[in-house]
Design a protein around this ligand. Structure first.
Ligand SMILES: *[C@@H]1O[C@H](CO)[C@@H](O)[C@H](O)[C@H]1NC(C)=O
Length: 346
């Protein structure tokens, strides 16, 4: 479900935030000798969701466990459905991010970022798995359900992939990740959500399987869903511009953070009955929602937080495998009771 970018009444949290001070200037970095600098740019706020950034530690965020399962079986098998037209470099970029979750890279790394997710446990004390693999892929390049999808027809996309035998039904370890290309219109995409996760219904798919959908916003609404690589109301010379994406693809680099958000929430709340805040299970606030738009220390109040900038001026906060760099939002830590990420400046 993950009502990513839905405006929930969390504004009360903003009043209580303690860390809103930040400086937009660069300083020398502990991340890589001379190769990167740290900056904390102030940007125009994203059109949705600005009420949800929250860095200060707080017991008032009442993230509670509702007795359901987490994804504790190892490895977590991701099955990707590429819906629509995808270029090979785009697929490789996303798969490099996913494979980075369980592989070593220089700190601050994607696998260190996932460590926050693995702090969540179920009622038996089992943690979310630290091992995540891409176990299968299926290309629906013929748009078999058209170029306009509803939330429910996304389940039919999964049904067609498993019923044709293209992807297995993996009850034990499987999660399904449906990625739509930039020309596919999805219900609520750009207006209320950039991605969501939920589980399939037996009447639609034949099974109950956790899944997430994320769309490429590059053509439709980059200033909403690929923020901060595109920002609303471009301000001309001398003003603030968008950040440069670490892999040169505004839409797909923007998807990476949304994919990270959804995977983290799906793993800690796969059937929407485990870890979430708020009283309304139809609009749960989950571990990604609480930290949306926050990528480093000193974020909030228009600042995204201190992140690194490479020699070409491209912003990132995590290292991955294959020499990749990514900019991925922070997640709520159940231990720190605050948003956390491995690039925190102590
Ligand atoms: C499992 O979660 C608990 C509680 O957050 C944490 O203390 C522990 O370090 C975690 N174990 C692993 C292996 O991540």
């Amino acid at each position: 479900m993950s009502p990513l970018y839905l405006l929930l009444p969390l504004s009360v949290l903003l009043i209580l935030r303690t860390h809103v001070q930040a400086t937009p200037s660069s300083s020398s970095s502990r991340f890589g000798p001379g190769s990167a600098s740290v900056h904390n740019p102030k940007l125009p706020p994203p059109p949705l969701s600005s009420s949800k950034k929250f860095e200060g530690s707080s017991d008032l965020v009442n993230l509670r466990y509702h007795m359901g399962p987490v994804l504790s079986s190892s490895p977590i098998n991701i099955y990707i459905i590429w819906y629509g037209k995808w270029a090979l470099p785009q697929k490789i970029l996303i798969k490099h991010f996913l494979s980075s979750i369980s592989s070593d890279a220089p700190s601050p790394s994607v696998s260190e970022w996932w460590r926050t997710v693995s702090l969540y446990t179920d009622q038996t004390g089992a943690n979310v798995s630290r091992s995540v693999v891409v176990a299968g892929e299926y290309s629906n390049h013929r748009y078999s359900l058209g170029t306009q999808l509803t939330r429910l027809s996304i389940q039919q996309v999964i049904a067609s992939a498993v019923n044709s035998g293209s992807l297995p039904v993996d009850h034990r370890n499987g999660i399904y990740l449906i990625l739509t290309s930039g020309d596919v219109i999805v219900q609520d995409f750009c207006r209320a959500v950039c991605g969501f996760h939920y589980f399939t219904f037996p009447s639609m798919v034949g099974y109950t399987l956790p899944y997430a959908w994320v769309g490429n916003s590059g053509e439709q609404c980059p200033e909403v869903c690929a923020y901060p690589f595109a920002v609303p109301g471009y301000i001309g010379r001398g003003g603030t511009a968008a950040l440069s994406p670490p892999n040169g693809d505004v839409g797909v680099d923007g998807m990476i953070s949304v994919i990270g958000h959804e995977l983290a929430e799906m793993s800690s709340n796969p059937l929407v009955n485990a870890w979430y805040a708020g009283e309304d299970p139809t609009a749960p606030t989950e571990i990604g929602d609480l930290c949306e738009g926050l990528y480093g220390s000193g974020g909030g109040g228009g600042y995204i937080g201190a992140v690194m900038k490479d020699r070409e001026g491209r912003s990132y906060n995590l290292n991955g495998g294959n020499g990749r760099r990514f900019l991925v939002q922070w997640l709520w830590s159940p231990v720190l009771k605050a948003c956390a990420g491995p690039n925190a400046l102590d």
